[in-house]
Design a protein around this ligand. Structure first.
Ligand code: AMP
Ligand code: MG
Length: 416
């Protein structure tokens, strides 16, 4: 048997970030920048007001207070999107809106609330040619300086950054409508087995639905890859060989098969994969997910293949453990860890397997504590044990029991 780490390290040596491609801004979401992005402009581009109020010179109101207001002559208005048509001279002020450029000569803004307009109301003061200022201010107060967020010439987002909504906003703020990111991997998905029936075919005695194709395709999408569904290969050399070659012709960057790789299996899958490439067939020290194949197929180019186990739970846990990090690596990501929480285990959990046990749990808030409970029957065919779970409790190989009441670390799959 091979350890989870040895299997994963061996597998990940065969993956690297894919080449860069320029994509439209929104298509960069969840992808990784393949270039340093340099700002060609300041953000904000000009000094502007952070408040709705009056722009003036700080020295004019150095001694202003509610008891001793300072009256200034109002010389105009400047709204966001426009520029002042004249300068603010000593003794004058200009009405200004948030985001409007500071008028020449002004160096501070007083909020309406701290002027006679704020106290008496706009209706009462509209049309007056003076405003009374009720507070003193320092130069630069309520002013946003040009370039205070981003300076022209600066690397604003370095290569390797994962693009989220905030990065999309930063790129938009400097006018980038395209950006270079690592290409999304194309992942071929092939289910194998004579017992499998496609969703649009009638079910028959002895047959089951091909669920792995769909759960794997969905997991590929969630990880950021592009699934290429190849359907079902029957347990014979001709069909399996044809479907593998179809996947290679579809320019796959990674091949995922399910089933046919366990010890007891009829050897068709092993024979065909070995004929099309060089494969390892492993027993991994994990539960579920013990059988696993990995190797390289020889097509027009060499394509890594992961042979996932057939049992639906095993297929998903093996995907999580091996395929997801491979896909993230091709996307240029380096952090594969799921977020973890500490929770109190609600029941005794046994691990009689001497393998690493991936227990499906549901974490919930109870009073002021997080509680983790198993999702029931943990058989590798019980797919609803994954569906009910929002996290995994990973019990190490050498631990046989974790008692109720223990504080445990849970790898969160999601928070639904
Ligand atoms: P195998 O790995 O071929 O021994 O299959 C292990 C178990 O997984 C068997 O019960 C299979 O019927 C089941 N299985 C294999 N492929 C799929 C699939 N695509 N969808 C759902 N179950 C499957
Ligand atoms: Mg089989």
């Amino acid at each position: 048997m091979i350890s989870v780490e040895d299997a994963r390290n061996y597998i990940l040596k065969h993956f690297a970030p894919l080449e860069a491609e320029r994509v439209n801004l929104l298509d960069a979401l969840n992808r990784v920048l393949a270039e340093d992005v340099i700002a060609e402009m300041n953000v904000p581009p000009f000094n502007n007001s952070a408040m709705d109020g009056y722009a003036m010179r700080a020295e004019d109101i150095a001694h202003a207070s509610r008891d001793h207001p300072v009256a200034l002559q109002v010389i105009g208005d400047v709204a966001a999107g426009y520029t002042a048509t004249r300068a603010v001279e000593p003794g004058t002020a200009m009405r200004i809106m948030t985001g409007a450029p500071m008028p020449p000569g002004a160096d501070t803004v007083v909020r309406f609330e701290e002027t006679s307009e704020g106290v008496q109301g706009r209706a009462a003061t509209k049309g007056r040619d003076t405003v009374e200022i009720l507070v003193a201010m320092k130069r630069g107060d309520n002013e946003r300086a040009a370039g205070e967020d981003i300076r022209a010439g600066q690397i604003v987002l370095p290569r390797g950054t994962v693009v989220r909504a905030a990065e999309i906003g930063v790129l938009a703020s400097i006018g980038k409508n395209q950006v270079a990111t690592h290409r999304r991997p194309r992942v071929a998905i092939l289910a194998t087995g004579d017992e499998l029936v496609a969703l649009d075919e009638p079910i028959a005695p002895g047959k089951i639905r091909n669920s792995n194709e769909y759960s794997n395709a969905a997991a590929v999408l969630q990880a950021g890859g592009i699934p290429i569904r190849l359907g079902i290969a029957r347990d014979n050399i001709a069909d399996l060989t044809a479907k593998i070659r179809a996947g290679l012709n579809a320019d796959a960057d990674l091949f995922l098969t399910s089933a046919g790789v366990s010890v007891g299996d009829y050897d068709i899958v092993k024979d065909v994969l070995n004929a099309e490439g060089a494969m390892h067939f492993w027993q991994v020290k994990m539960k579920p997910g013990k059988p696993l194949a990995f190797g390289i197929l020889r097509g027009k180019k060499e394509v890594p293949l992961l042979g996932l186990p057939g049992n639906p739970v095993s297929a998903l846990i093996s995907f999580e453990t091996f395929a997801r990090p491979a896909i993230l690596t091709m996307l240029g990501k380096t952090n594969f860890a799921r977020p973890t929480v500490r929770a109190i285990l609600d029941e005794d959990v046994e691990n009689s397997s001497d393998r690493r046990n991936f227990i499906r749990v549901r974490v919930e808030q109870r009073d002021d504590q997080l509680i983790a409970r198993t999702t029931g029957e943990q058989g590798s065919g019980v797919l609803t044990s994954v569906s009910k779970a929002n996290g995994l409790l990973v019990v190490p190989e050498n631990v046989t029991r974790v008692r109720a009441g223990t504080s445990v670390e849970i790898q969160m799959l999601d928070w639904n």
